[in-house]
Design a protein around this ligand. Structure first.
Ligand code: SF4
Length: 311
């Protein structure tokens, strides 16, 4: 049977409309993420993430720097959403996440963007930092699906999702791509003020994996469904990589697909913290990669880029 994205069937069953309604209801006392601000965003109130009742987009483009099975040969169709519900003080995209670079738009416009990325040959629609804007995005998915969108949806998020939001996304998202940022709650609090981050992220990843399973990559090397975890290695072992990779292997799946990211550099307010005021060393990165390999995980670093095979 030919593969089709999960939201197509959900829409055919008439469930997408119900989910959109449910998602907008969550905005009345917002619990879209684990900050659970409880503000009425439909009534003009603002929570931690600063987004109210309209989508805010920063940019969109075919992206060739994402994980290998997302990039393929046509690129990943990224749409960067403005602001963030987590707000790490060292964020490399701080102009978007903290300073709010972007423009207010509509779900209909986002649907147009999605269709244009499909037209340009992208393999997926990759919503970057989407959770705090979830209702507007699933409305956009509905509009785009009615106009022929047939690409997998990638939810490229911070791991600080509420289970209320994830329940709604069940049957809409094809590929979850959460970060797992901090294993230790004191570290999480120091850099995000979200002490509950490790617990929330563990629960979120369990739920994501329950919904979509391990990452499925087709014969052409393109990801169609499943869980792909990102982990940014921090200086001084601050991210808790060793514990995280063991937990992923033992509690999620030994087949978990993981990208161990090396690109940490001090940005935004990172220089306020001595331990974050430098890049990681090669030895720190290799140590983290070694732990992930020892845990038996599938690593993005071990997959040859497809474009080198095709061109
Ligand atoms: S999405 Fe999260 S941070 Fe934003 S208002 Fe809702 S609960 Fe608060």
């Amino acid at each position: 049977m030919e593969w089709e994205p999960v939201y197509v069937r959900t829409h055919e069953k008439g469930l997408l409309k119900e989910k959109i309604k449910e998602a907008y209801t969550l905005l009345e006392s917002c619990v879209l993420c684990a900050r659970r601000c409880g503000v009425n965003r439909l009534g003009g109130e603002e929570g931690f993430c600063k987004v109210r009742d309209e989508p805010v987009v920063s940019s969109f483009n075919p992206h060739f720097g994402e994980e290998t099975p997302l990039v393929g040969y046509g690129g990943s169709g990224t749409i960067f959403l403005t602001h963030c519900n987590l707000g790490c003080i060292f964020c490399q995209n701080y102009d978007i996440s903290h300073l709010g670079k972007g423009y207010v738009t509509s779900s209909a416009k986002i649907a147009e963007i999605m269709l244009s990325l499909q037209q340009r040959g992208c393999h997926n629609i990759n919503f970057v930092t989407p959770t705090h804007q979830m209702p507007f995005l699933i409305k956009a998915i509905e509009i785009a699906a009615e106009k022929g969108l047939s690409l997998p949806i990638v939810w490229n998020c911070g791991g600080y999702e509420s289970l209320d939001a994830l329940k709604i996304l069940d049957g809409i998202v094809d590929i979850y791509m959460p970060d797992f940022k901090f294993w230790d709650e004191r570290t999480a609090f120091r850099y995000t003020r979200a002490r509950s981050y490790p617990d929330v992220a563990r629960n979120a990843l369990r739920e994501m994996h329950r919904q979509v399973g391990d990452l499925y990559i087709n014969a052409e090397g393109i990801a169609l469904r499943g869980l792909l975890v990102r982990h940014l290695v921090l200086p001084e072992r601050l991210a808790g990589t060793k514990d995280l990779v063991r937990w992923l292997s033992e509690e999620i799946s030994p087949r978990t697909y993981l990208n161990v990211m090396a690109q940490y550099r001090p940005c935004y307010r990172a220089f306020e913290f001595l331990e974050l005021s430098r890049c990681i060393t090669e030895a720190e990165y290799n140590e983290a990669l070694g732990w992930a390999r020892d845990a038996g995980l599938r690593l993005d670093q071990d997959i040859a880029p497809i474009r080198r095979i095709f061109f």
